[in-house]
Design a binder for this molecule. Sequence first.
Ligand SMILES: Nc1ncnc2c1ncn2[C@@H]1O[C@H](COP(=O)(O)OP(=O)(O)OP(=O)(O)O)[C@@H](O)[C@H]1O
Ligand SMILES: [Mg+2]
Length: 334
Amino acid sequence: MKPPGEELPTGFVGRSPRIVQLRSLIERIGPGRMPVLIQGESGTGKEVAARSLFNASPVGSFVPIDCGAVVGPLMESELFGHTRGAFTGAGEAKRGLLELANGGTAFFDEIGDLPGELQVKLLRVLQEKEFRPIGSLQRMKVDVRIIAATHRNLEKEVKAGRFREDLFHRLNVIRLTLPPLRERKEDIPLLIERFLQGNGQGNARRYVLTHEVSEALVSYDWPGNIRELKNCLDRMMAFNSGPLLHFADLPTAVVNHIRAGREPQLAMAATVGGDPAPALPPPIMPLHLVERGAIKRALDHLNWDRTEVAMRLGIGRTTLYRKIKEYQLVPENR
Ligand SMILES: Nc1ncnc2c1ncn2[C@@H]1O[C@H](COP(=O)(O)OP(=O)(O)OP(=O)(O)O)[C@@H](O)[C@H]1O
Ligand SMILES: [Mg+2]
């Protein structure tokens, strides 16, 4: 049975105090119509948070608007739509994203990248709750809940004159700050479990990690946050027919980090605000995989000194040779 509050059906995984807090905030403010500003480093789950807010009480549509993707006049027509013949190339009338989001939620992703002239226009929509499609004489009423996200520090952007202060205050009614993964390492095992299952497509738990790999993944700092962790596991699964993912399958960045001498800090690092979160127990796996893992670990640890390995494992050298062959073990850096 899942411990209460472990995860929302929306997929906002995590049990660290900050994620638990965020989740209850999302449940509380999700159903409202107030603007929400989501800040967080790249890959921390800003879009997941935005969708969770919407899903807390879905009304109308959730319309993502990528503020960095389109620039200039095209972006304006994307947002506000245009009438037929409004400008050269506007053969047909087109509804804008704001109109599509009417009655629902518009998610302005990377709002810090919105060009100045569109910042003014968005501010007007927020103030007046209406806008005019390009080429139209008529103003159109809109009731849109605005959720904006950015990896930038918007206060700094305002100070630097790159983001309008009035728009910032309009958006900054409720603020969610997503912590980087390195500050909530106790969530890593849960996320790993989720991503390993996700790939199973109903065939859950097809892949398992050696304890050594789990420790390495928790120990690493993940500058690209959850996105990087997910990509790492996806790659490991893609290159391995499974079921066991071992140390040699880890990406170089993670291996280098471990080799740089940082000890895995699985249980210790999982302490936030003085509350020790228990580390997840290693997954239960078939005995032959446990045996393979133990032999592999001993070999790597003892530089493939087979005599020493056999002695330390309490088996004969011949048995060790047979098992190396049977399990197709090879030295790490080959
Ligand atoms: N709490 C979470 N539980 C499960 N998966 C998550 C969670 N947060 C993020 N993810 C996954 O991590 C990846 C990155 O999430 P998302 O796109 O929401 O991050 P982002 O902050 O918008 O990143 P970017 O700045 O790169 O756009 C996605 O694959 C998403 O499904
Ligand atoms: Mg994003």
